[in-house]
Ligand binder design. Sequence first.
Ligand SMILES: [Ca+2]
Ligand SMILES: [Ca+2]
Length: 227
Amino acid sequence: MKTLKVMIVVSIILSNGLILAQESKVADQVYTTENPLILMDFDGRQPVTLLGGMWGVFDFNPTDRNAYCRSSFSRDKDLHNKGYYLKLSYDVDSPQAAFNGIWVKLNGMDLSDFDAVAMKVRGDKEAGYSDFFKIELKDKATKIEYYIEDITDQWKEYVIPFADFLGTIEDMNWKNMNEFIPCVFEDWRFKQKTGRIYLDDIRFIPKKGKKVNHKDILYDPKREKQS
Ligand SMILES: [Ca+2]
Ligand SMILES: [Ca+2]
């Protein structure tokens, strides 16, 4: 019995040590153009990003049963990598105005040393898919947007420079970012109003030559006072 207790204590200490070691590993990360910040890879199937921000689906009108966006984790036979990716089933075919998609909280992170967002996208051949959709970046007050185009039923890597977004980019407070919207499905733009889209490996890419320390991108209330 005594031995068991000791073993349990030892294993708790070991596992705590492991968690601490993992956390300090993340805290010590330095991001570069070649080694970007991974926001979401979906491999852990978690309801938070790798930075701890919440994410979820949204619906313009949650009471409209004719339109919805549903998310789940998928790992099917295409094995584009070893882990999971996000499956989004959308329907914006409704008598009422409809749009939906997913949101990702950035929790005030500092993106000022980054200049692009990257992600992998694929459409579902059987369910159908729109070959384009909108993405958005938001600080507390401003929103900029970009349309991802030429989506196919094969995995495709998109690297989108912040400079290519539409909107008042000069008004963005990159030091205190609020949200990333990886996709918006819009009834008034889509020909394919129901379908399925897959997402993976959402990353923020530092500016060339920048070395960004993990601790420097996390929310700092002092930055809010400066801005
Ligand atoms: Ca993945
Ligand atoms: Ca519908």
